[in-house]
Design a protein around this ligand. Structure first.
Ligand SMILES: C[S@@+](CC[C@H](N)C(=O)[O-])C[C@H]1O[C@@H](n2cnc3c(N)ncnc32)[C@H](O)[C@@H]1O
Length: 224
């Protein structure tokens, strides 16, 4: 039985329910959490950046002061509306819904946060390679279903540290009842080991690392 399922059913589900309540009182965005990692690993040359699957545009807004031009791409119309509103008045930002395979480059940075599992992974990575300038970077944050023993252990570590990180980021219980438009989600299907192999096949030399928060990161610099 997967550790995640076992943990959910342990003690008749009481522990899982308690953890879920705790997480709701001290919430944190597992995706936005990695924006600081992205901002700390930007390429040296910063003319153009592309955030694929930009959602509500938070990362696009953070990248805008650091690049000459930033483009958010999302196939969901409502997400594009939010991202456009989020970046209203920021002159160097554009948001579009052009099909991903038709996006033209070159750019110095491609980012994907919780997006790669929505796409055909190998084809999307080949597009990243095509779009990047030599010296340009691909920085992605992803999700994978637990499959191997290591996956389950990382899952457990993420579950245990989740409320701790929530306490640190959000020490006082959340009272904010403002509804937030949910981003379109999809369950990941490609296990971490297979993903890492695919990434290394298409983007040789890429660094693929497991992270807490039920996430992994991918970092690749296109050779000059
Ligand atoms: C889980 S959300 C993540 C959104 C955002 N990156 C974030 O971190 O909040 C996945 C996003 O990818 C977008 N998406 C899915 N497939 C796409 C595609 N083929 N081209 C562009 N965007 C896509 C969805 O519309 C959604 O906004």
């Amino acid at each position: 039985m997967a550790l995640r399922t076992w943990a959910e059913e342990f003690a008749g589900g009481t522990v899982a329910t308690g953890m879920a309540r705790l997480n709701a009182r001290h919430p944190w965005s597992h995706n936005d959490h990695f924006h600081s990692w992205i901002l700390a690993n930007l390429p040296a040359r910063r003319r153009g950046a592309l955030d694929v699957g930009c959602g509500r545009g938070e990362l696009v807004a953070s990248l805008s002061p650091r690049f000459e031009a930033v483009r958010g791409n999302d196939r969901d119309e409502e997400m594009r509306r939010h991202a456009t509103a989020r970046c209203a008045g920021v002159a160097n930002v554009t948001v579009d819904g052009r099909p991903w395979a038709e996006v033209t480059g070159p750019v110095d940075l491609v980012t994907m946060v919780a997006v790669l599992h929505h796409l055909d992974v190998a084809a999307a990575l080949a597009d990243v390679r095509r779009l990047l300038e030599p010296g340009g970077r691909f920085l992605a944050v992803g999700l994978a279903p637990p499959h191997s023993a290591s996956d389950h252990l990382w899952d457990l570590a993420s579950a245990v540290t989740n409320p701790v990180i929530g306490y640190v980021k959000h020490p006082w219980p959340s009272t904010d009842g403002t509804p937030v438009t949910p981003v379109p989600i999809k369950d990941p299907t490609m296990p971490f080991d297979e993903l890492r192999e695919t990434v290394r096949d298409v983007l040789p030399g890429a660094s693929v690392r497991r992270r807490l928060g039920f996430r992994h990161t991918i970092e690749w610099t296109k050779p000059s």
